[in-house]
Write a protein that binds this ligand. Structure first.
Ligand SMILES: *Cc1c(COP(=O)(O)O)cnc(C)c1O
Length: 227
């Protein structure tokens, strides 16, 4: 992880580069709450966590008066209950039983959960997400649930060295996004296309992203050995 001075400079630079074109979500897996709260000092208002257990461990120490929390990682159905009252949006809805469980838990809490549908845009065997050709039908299915509000789509494209290689996937995502937006489905307000990470956020923004999820370009390389 980088020093606070370096983190502050990264946030300032990335905000300048984005120039209001997309919302900046700081991807905070492995980052301790003290540093996350420091990021809030530097103007970060939105964070994304990947693992339920880690989110629960850190949650009390996060400055929720300044930070909104999204869940961006793979989500097990039996863990929805732990986060349903803590996060504002779930980026990774990728199967019906998960949507049903979010509906059930949020109904019990009397709240609505903003959700994105995760798309496996490159059809990678090992990756979660709805197949591109099934995305529209899946969106129609989950917008039957009154306690979910469909806000858009998310994807994690293949890792690659050249951000230009992912532009074709961003383009495909944008096309599906526009089609779904035009359907004006019940229980939806489709305005969020969550694309772009540390290696490709500028390419993503130039190709229609409205929200970038940035971790290592803010905080430095992650150290998974620390606890
Ligand atoms: C870790 C993570 C990110 C951020 O990755 P970086 O390459 O460090 O910017 C974005 N999205 C998801 C779902 C992640 O798990």
């Amino acid at each position: 992880m980088l020093t606070k001075t370096e983190i502050a400079a990264n946030i300032e630079r990335i905000k300048r580069e984005l120039n209001g074109r997309a919302e900046l979500l700081a991807a905070t897996k492995t980052i301790p709450p003290e540093i996350i709260n420091f990021a809030a000092d530097c103007g970060i208002t939105l964070i994304g966590e990947n693992r339920v257990n880690e989110l629960l461990e850190k949650y009390a120490a996060l400055d929720k008066t300044r930070l909104r929390v999204h869940f961006i990682g793979a989500l097990q159905t039996n863990k929805v209950k732990y986060i349903a009252d803590k996060v504002e949006m779930i980026h990774s809805v990728d199967r019906l039983p998960l949507a049903e469980e979010i509906e059930r838990r949020c109904a019990a809490l009397g709240r609505t959960m903003d959700v994105l549908v995760e798309v496996n845009i490159a059809g990678e065997a090992a990756k979660s997400g709805i197949a591109p050709e099934d995305t529209e039908a899946f969106c129609e299915e989950i917008t039957r649930f009154p306690h979910l509000r469909l806000r858009g789509l998310m994807c994690v494209p293949p890792k690659c060295d050249d951000p230009a290689e992912n532009i074709k996937y961003f383009y495909k995502m944008r096309k599906i996004f526009i089609d779904i937006k035009q359907k004006k489905l019940d229980n939806s307000n489709v305005d969020t296309l969550s694309l772009g990470m540390s290696g490709d956020y500028l390419a993503a923004v130039e190709n229609g992203s409205t929200m970038v999820r940035i971790g290592s370009a803010i905080f430095g390389a992650r150290d998974y050995t620390q606890k």
